[in-house]
Design a protein around this ligand. Structure first.
Ligand code: NDP
Length: 366
């Protein structure tokens, strides 16, 4: 039997089971975010100057998810393969819930007098009409990263479980994807406060674009390589999984370290970078560490990680590369938008920084 023999078509019964799974998962994470301990951190000034306080529970939820899945799988022998079997129903339910949450947020915003105007209904639904919607004290924008990332990670674990159930083993390339995802999430949560400095958290309102991204795009697209990994019969040999692991770790290092350097500089301007006093352009823009090598090198590192996800499937299939390709499209247009924003915010200082750090994403190329 292969993966495609066990994945169920969408029926009322599978939709019902998927609804129980998704609502149970979201509900448990929401209660965890509401009641479990987390780091208290101040955010960055929003466009209106307000500084919001956050409770960051991501690492707690990540840890609890490990405990629960570990006890289920290794303690009680419960298989996660049914998650994969219901993949398409889970996808449909997640999409429906994203639409429902968007509608609730829209009407909540209108009720609170935050909607722009009725002629902009589509824009309000797509981009959202509230910057920081909060339910029962939980900041929704920060919360939604948890079902997104932990959900994607759980799907990868479920695909690995399905490979074991179907073929009695986990291949080295599947182990690579599991390891890469774990490292990606651990390095995300270990400094979760860096998220507070991102454009999405500071300035984007919360509408369908972000809700759909969190609940549908990330969990269901980022796990795409799994479809080609489960039935793969030829295991990677040592140089393949070893080389790929090194490439993934190097990309992850660039991605995280660049973000952490900027975050550290913004919170503690005198903190050293790679052992030296930070070099600044115009006293405002960091030109040390990775920010002296590429103006958007953090995007390059992230794209490198997604290329490694796809490379676990080898070169025989094109579809897994849709993941890095979609990120290349998304992040390069975002880099261009951010360049424009910085040029207008920093003026001549930005021009001087571009002259100092000449390349955007790939040193000596672009
Ligand atoms: P950045 O973290 O690159 O932040 C850009 C902002 O940082 C600029 O607008 C400017 O803001 C400030 N800045 C830029 N250069 C400098 C400098 N040299 N010194 C000091 N400040 C500087 O971008 P994002 O917020 O878009 O992304 C954050 C991370 O999230 C990235 O690693 C990205 O890869 C990832 N991401 C992932 C996505 C996904 O779907 N996987 C989607 C979007 C982002 P200011 O006005 O504050 O100075």
């Amino acid at each position: 039997m292969n993966l495609h023999d066990i994945v169920l078509p969408i029926t009322p019964a599978t939709l019902w089971t998927a609804t129980e799974m998704v609502t149970g998962f979201l509900g448990a994470l929401f209660l965890g975010a509401r009641f479990l301990p987390g780091l208290e951190r101040a955010g960055y000034p929003q466009p209106d100057g307000v500084v919001k306080d956050y409770k960051l529970t991501g690492m707690t939820l990540f840890f609890v998810a490990h405990m629960v899945v570990g006890v289920m799988v290794f303690g009680f022998g419960i298989s996660l393969t049914p998650v994969v079997m219901h993949f398409w129903s889970l996808f449909a339910v997640a999409l429906a819930i994203a639409v429902l949450i968007t509608a609730v947020l829209y009407f909540q915003g209108r009720r609170d007098g935050l909607g722009r105007s009725s002629s902009n209904v589509v824009q309000d639904l797509w981009l959202g009409n509230e910057l920081n919607p909060t339910w029962l004290g939980v900041d929704l924008k920060m919360f939604m990263y948890q079902p997104s990332l932990i959900g994607a990670n759980l799907l990868v674990v479920a695909f690995a479980n399905a490979q074991h159930d179907l073929h009695g083993k986990i291949t080295p390339q599947m182990a690579c994807l599991l390891g890469f995802w774990w490292a990606y999430l651990f390095t995300h949560y270990v400094k979760e406060e860096f998220m507070l400095s991102t454009w999405d958290v500071i300035a984007e309102k919360f509408g369908f674009m972000l809700v759909w991204g969190d609940l549908v795009y990330v969990p269901f697209l980022y796990t795409l390589p799994c479809w080609w990994l489960v039935d793969e019969k030829v295991p990677f040999v040592a140089w393949q999984w070893g080389g790929l692991s090194l490439l993934c770790l190097a990309s992850l290092w660039v991605f995280r370290e660049a973000n952490w350097q900027k975050e550290r500089y913004k919170r503690t301007p005198n903190a050293t970078i790679w052992g030296k006093k930070p070099e600044l352009v115009g006293g405002r823009l960091l030109a040390s560490g990775w920010w002296g090598i590429g103006r958007k090198i953090n995007y390059t590192g992230e794209i490198g990680v997604y290329i490694c996800f796809a490379l676990t499937t080898g070169f025989e299939h094109a579809w897994p590369y849709l993941l890095p390709l979609s990120l290349i499209a998304l992040l390069s247009q975002r880099a261009a938008r951010d360049d424009k924003k910085c040029a207008s915010k920093y003026g001549e200082v930005w021009t001087a920084y571009c002259a100092r750090t000449r390349f955007r994403m790939i040193p000596f190329v672009y």
